[in-house]
Design a protein around this ligand. Sequence first.
Ligand code: ADP
Length: 408
Amino acid sequence: MARTPADAVDREIESWLGKICQALDLDRSAVYERDAPGEPVRTTHTWLRANSPPFPRNYDPGKIIQKTTNWVMAGNQLTFSRPSNIPAELADARRFVERYGPKASAVIPMWAGGRVIGAASFGKFRSAREWPPEVLDHLALAVRLFAGAIERKQSVTAIYAARAELRVASRRNLMSELVASLSHEINQPLGAILSNLGGLARLLGQGNPEPAMAVEAVNNAIEDTKRTAEIVRRIRSMFKNHVEHKTAIDIGALVNEVVKLTAGEAAMRKTSVQVEVSPSVPRVIGDSIELQQCVLNLLMNAFDAIAEAKSDRRAVTIKVAPEKAGWVGVSVSDSGAGVDPAVANRMFEPFVTTKSKGMGLGLLVTRSIVESHGGAIWSTPNPGRGATFTFTLPVAEKKRSRASGRAG
Ligand code: ADP
């Protein structure tokens, strides 16, 4: 489990649920996850013995047995060897069991990093069943291993989301966003390390009856420590030592991705964004992270221009089309008030800004990226209103004109 890659964790858990049920002669087991306190509890993994009595598929435990779900998510373990053992105060669990028929069940809260992130249930439908303490101990340990793996999976997903968010945020409040995201990412593996060491301490306190499991807990902690270091390395490289990595890129798809990432920002600003990719656009050579940054910078400037103009028409159009032979152009047009003549000649220089909270670096960074790709960037006033910023990128094929892609 400790070595399973994050994208294989779900499959691995499901396979273990099956193995555990087979070994203990059980009929159904499931894992339930909750992203944060107050969020709904979801059924995320199930194993069901063939020919078992019908059971609500992917049922919503937080709705059907709300009280019992809350009780388990508060950290309580529910075990019953026969339905009459269910505590009287959990009336909804009694009703549920009468209706769907598990005759015995163990529902174990899933702890990770000092909080309950879900639960796992192990049930028998065909007959009642005793739960000897050593069986429950083993199940609890299995659930702890599931919890560690699920945390790891969630944190990898969170890294991808955080990277995307960070790119959007990098125009604003760079440092505070970075620090917040960094501490969030690192707290997760730290929590997992803590919970593994807690489990280990417990095993050692009992005279270490399960050396193999103690080793497993140590290995988990080692893996999580490595992961923490990797998170730091990745976040640093994103901002500092980004090594340029140029590949053939579908620039239309890249533009669409940036537009998707900024959909929330566009909605907030009540601005529509339209992307027009000409069908004949070839792939370009470039570094996708850097090019995303360019599109993002121009898009944010377009949003700002529209906001400042306070106009009724709030629309941005991004066009991707072949420029001259061997070059592709990306142009971002807005319906703002156009470039202020006072900065028109200097806006690509550092710290030139007309915005109260502007840094005057966006266009400079964009131009330096475009030029490092061999392209050019310029702006033109729109015939109606607003401005269009266009940059060019070299086509990925070998044969292209050597001159830079600047039009005219
Ligand atoms: P910042 O956005 O922090 O001001 P930039 O380097 O991105 O820094 O932009 C410099 C200036 O160029 C802006 O302050 C603005 O005056 C002008 N500018 C950039 N994009 C546009 C646009 N789409 N429409 C009008 N003016 C723009």
